[in-house]
Design a protein around this ligand. Structure first.
Ligand SMILES: Cc1cc2nc3c(=O)[nH]c(=O)nc-3n(C[C@H](O)[C@H](O)[C@H](O)COP(=O)(O)O)c2cc1C
Length: 180
């Protein structure tokens, strides 16, 4: 798919058909997401793919702060992807000090770029995703054995779309950009 078309037509998908997503296809998506830019090429984003039905249901039932909307999405997705970030690298010097005045800002920035690259690649390959930001970070980390030194950045629902959502209205270019 042409890049601009892929960017424009990607939607947050919250309904999925019953088909499981092949592991090789998920690996293809991750391979594409690896090309996301990152602070000094530190590549801090990691992906924990949960397809085990029991664990997935636990994520939905126990880790989404009771937010029913996301619980419904998570329950019907054939896979949940816990995006984590290796902490203390992006935006940091080798001695552990911050490289800028923005502290830990850059690690979430990198995880965000990687996540969007993941979502675009998934869309190009016929898969749907939605980023979910409402979850109990500690519970998710415990349930999915997030390694020491990593932090949960986001949870994605992933699957074959069973809906073609309307595009929520976007701001006009004039509202977004200024030239100096
Ligand atoms: C950081 C972040 C957190 C989000 N959290 C949620 C969420 O918890 N649940 C949900 O259904 N959508 C969530 N979304 C999806 C947005 O609602 C969606 O991207 C926005 O409405 C634009 O729609 P589109 O992605 O179809 O273009 C999140 C998106 C981002 C970037």
């Amino acid at each position: 798919m042409e890049a601009l078309k892929c960017i424009r037509t990607r939607r947050s998908v919250r309904k999925f058909d019953g088909r499981p997503v092949e592991r090789a296809l998920i690996e293809q998506v991750v391979a594409a997401a690896a090309y996301a830019p990152s602070w000094k090429n530190t590549q801090i984003a990691r992906y924990i793919v949960v397809t085990d039905a029991e664990k997935k249901q636990k994520l939905a039932d126990e880790c989404m702060l009771g937010f029913a909307f996301n619980q419904k999405t998570a329950s019907c997705a054939p896979a949940l992807v816990v995006v984590t970030m290796v902490t203390g690298r992006s935006g940091f010097e080798r001695d552990g000090s911050f490289s800028t005045t923005q502290g830990t800002h850059w690690q979430s920035f990198d995880a965000g770029i990687a996540t969007q690259t993941f979502c675009l690649a998934a869309h190009d390959l016929g898969l749907g995703t939605v980023i979910m930001g409402i979850f109990d970070e500690n519970k998710v980390a415990e349930l999915t054995d997030v390694p020491e030194g990593q932090q949960v950045a986001a949870i994605l629902a992933l699957g074959y779309p069973a809906e073609e959502p309307m595009c929520p209205k976007r701001k006009d270019v004039e509202a977004l950009v200024s030239f100096q």
